[in-house]
Design a protein. Structure first.
Lengths: 347, 325
């Protein structure tokens, strides 16, 4: 066994336990208290592993399975999608500042959603019309940015980065314009810009769940290429990686994941930037070790952040994007400092 | 070695997701089982007479709602609805109201408040609503996403949105229908119609007016399709905002200076004194303000489409045609 393997295994176990614990905590906490024990017993009963616990009112069941569980599940898959998309983009750009918004997906998605809301289509397809528009907007923007950066078969990563930033800026301006026509719809628009997981129900999970699992599976298949490309594009090409195809795949998967996440949860920052980064500080930058850690940490982070947003000033909710930055930022800075200090001590 | 671990991590995650997703096809009814035992109690008491349940109606959101049995656990999500329910004599069946604005009658203040949730603090807390196991949720227009979710959770949601006084009388009849107090509703509607008729009959001559909803650097008033506009017309004044295209438009002081309404109406919430209004830039030049023809209306009486609007109507009318008041 290689040195460090034991530590890595411990890290994974701790991450997995954190995920389970945060899910249970999120199921238990809320304006109607359900003890983690009751929650666990109800869940095991639902899974057919135990008898229905006695003395639990029917309304508790409804609250748990139709309000909290879909919300926690949505937090998990959205956290997963953003964290994996962040890992892909950071790997592709070999830049730790890359996040799921980098190729314009988030702003494109938000614009799609806002345009439909302002045009009065907020209720289309039972509200899913807005999600669909967000997804299409995100994918189109990513595709557009990719096309700008592509000359012949070759894609310059630096151009891709700059084009993404420029396009996002233009879209932000367009959004401000569209919003001036919003009138009474401004509330639902702010919801998109701030991001959040409230009042979504199971439908959102059912719609984007498969997309996100698909995108995540695709990312797992790219692990080897991600590692090789991190050695530099030329080395990767020499080692047999079809670099241009890899770039296309990474952008497509990242856009798919980020677009799916934004389409149901609005723009939630920091998860995609921070999760892969923090995990890299803990388990190293080998994607074979990094990705499994990210798969566990992304959902945990967003489940906890959403929990805070729900209960901090209950019954009102904090904007989820603000919580992710507020909770995540300081922790991130702490890890960054600690890592720097260690590096200096080693040198 | 490492690949197996990667696979393990992914598998774990997927497992958790699968567990979470497995629940969706189960539908629970929040009120299932609970009402049957209570309904017998109500029938025995017979307080509201024989009601024709089940009742089916299409509400103001265009949703067809069926109420199987006489509701015994009602949640209202608008102060006007709370007032109507109390006026129909079924206030004792209220188990939840929206928030601190549900302040009339005084008993309403003691009822559990389920509002204040959501990103903007104006949505109901769905968990609290479900925990109350209501068999009727009465509300006004707006909040489509959470309404849809409440319906999915098995809560009977009825939306009634009064656009003018006649519509309000109609809505009170509907509240009577869905709460099993048809007789009480008919009596209340007849009384309110009679009072409104008295006010209309007492109008000596029509006058022009302006209604201030609120002032915060810009002035907001009411358009012709609003409930308040209808009350003003019934009280005997023609608002100078007849050509407004939206319900609560911003209005320029210049127009007011030009139009010169006879009376300037403000609510108790938008301003506290004539001096305060006259101190705003340009307002002192408005004829009604300069001559002191400013009337303060209790906003609760005119902004809540409930039983007390007839009091608001009488208040406006009295102020319009009682010079020197």
């Amino acid at each position: 066994m290689r040195p460090g393997a034991r530590r890595y295994r411990t890290v994974l176990v701790v991450l997995a336990l954190s995920l389970v614990a945060s899910v249970l905590l999120a199921l238990a906490a809320g304006s109607v208290g359900i003890s983690p024990g009751s929650a666990l017993r109800l869940v095991t009963w639902k899974l057919g592993l135990a008898e229905r616990p006695r003395g639990v009112p029917a309304s508790t069941e409804v609250i748990l399975f139709q309000l909290r569980l879909p919300r926690v599940a949505l937090a998990m898959i959205v956290g997963l999608a953003l964290a994996v998309a962040g890992t892909l983009f950071q790997g592709l750009f070999r830049n730790p500042l890359a996040d799921p918004a980098i190729v314009g997906v988030s702003s494109g998605a938000a614009l799609g959603a806002i345009a439909v809301i302002v045009a009065g289509g907020g209720a289309l397809l039972g509200g899913l019309g807005v999600s669909l528009a967000a997804f299409v907007g995100g994918m189109l923007t990513a595709f557009f940015v990719y096309r700008i950066a592509r000359v012949g078969p070759a894609v310059n990563v630096a151009t891709l980065l700059l084009a993404g930033i420029a396009v996002a800026a233009v879209i932000s301006a367009v959004m401000s314009l569209v919003m001036s026509f919003a009138g009474e719809e401004i509330r639902s628009i702010y919801f998109w810009l701030l991001g959040g997981l409230s009042a979504r129900g199971w439908t959102a999970v059912e719609v984007v769940g498969p997309l996100i699992l698909l995108g995540t599976a695709g990312a797992v298949l790219l692990i080897r290429d991600l590692n090789l490309v991190s050695l530099g594009e030329e080395r990767a090409a020499q080692l047999g990686v079809d670099v241009d195809r890899f770039k296309w795949q990474a952008v497509a998967l990242g856009a798919l994941l980020a677009g799916a996440a934004v389409s149901v949860a609005g723009v939630i920052g920091f998860v995609g930037l921070m999760t892969p980064h923090v995990m890299r500080l803990i388990v190293g930058s080998d994607h074979r070790r990094l990705l499994p850690a990210v798969l566990l940490a992304g959902p945990t982070f967003l489940v906890l952040a959403d929990l805070v947003s729900r209960v901090a000033i209950a019954p009102q909710e904090l904007p989820l994007g603000a919580v992710t930055a507020l909770v995540g930022g300081p922790f991130f800075l702490y890890l960054l400092r600690r890592e720097r200090r260690r590096a200096t001590a080693r040198a | 070695m490492r690949t197996t671990r990667s696979a393990l991590g992914i598998l774990l995650c997927l497992l958790l997701l699968a567990a979470a997703c497995a629940e969706d096809d189960q539908t629970f009814s929040a009120s299932a089982g609970a009402p049957s035992s209570r309904a017998t109690g109500a029938a025995a008491s017979g307080a509201t007479g024989p009601a024709a349940f089940p009742v089916t109606l299409t509400d103001d959101d265009g949703v067809e709602v069926t109420i199987a049995e006489e509701p015994q656990r009602i949640v209202t999500f608008a102060p006007s609805m709370t007032e109507i329910v109390f006026a129909l004599g079924v206030g004792d069946r209220l188990v939840g109201v929206a928030g601190p604005f549900d302040d009339f009658p005084a008993e309403a203040k003691a009822i559990r408040q389920v509002g204040g949730a959501g990103e903007f603090g104006v949505d109901p807390n769905l968990e609290d609503v479900v925990a109350l196991e209501p068999d009727l949720f009465l509300t006004i227009a707006g909040g489509d996403p959470w309404k849809e979710q409440l319906r999915e959770l098995g809560v009977t949601v009825v939306t009634l949105n009064a656009t003018d006084f006649d519509d309000l009388l109609d809505d009170i009849g509907k509240v009577g229908l869905v709460t099993g107090s048809v007789g009480e509703a008919e009596a209340l509607v007849a009384e309110m119609a009679a009072q409104a008729g008295e006010v209309a009959a007492a109008v000596p001559e029509r006058t022009t007016c302006f209604f201030e909803v609120y002032f915060a650097k810009t002035l907001t008033t009411v358009g012709p399709n609003t409930f308040i506009y209808d009350l003003l017309e019934r009280a005997g004044c023609d608002p100078v905002t007849a050509d407004a295209t939206s319900d609560y438009p911003e209005w320029s002081v210049d127009d007011l200076l030009a139009d010169g309404p006879d009376v300037y109406l403000a609510t108790s919430e938008s301003a506290s004194s004539v001096e305060e209004i006259a101190d705003r830039p340009g307002f002192a030049g408005i004829e009604a303000v300069a001559s002191g023809n400013v009337v303060f209306v209790d906003s609760d009486l005119v902004t809540r489409p409930g039983p007390r609007v007839v009091e608001g109507l009488a208040q406006i009318s009295a102020a319009l045609f009682a010079p020197g008041d």
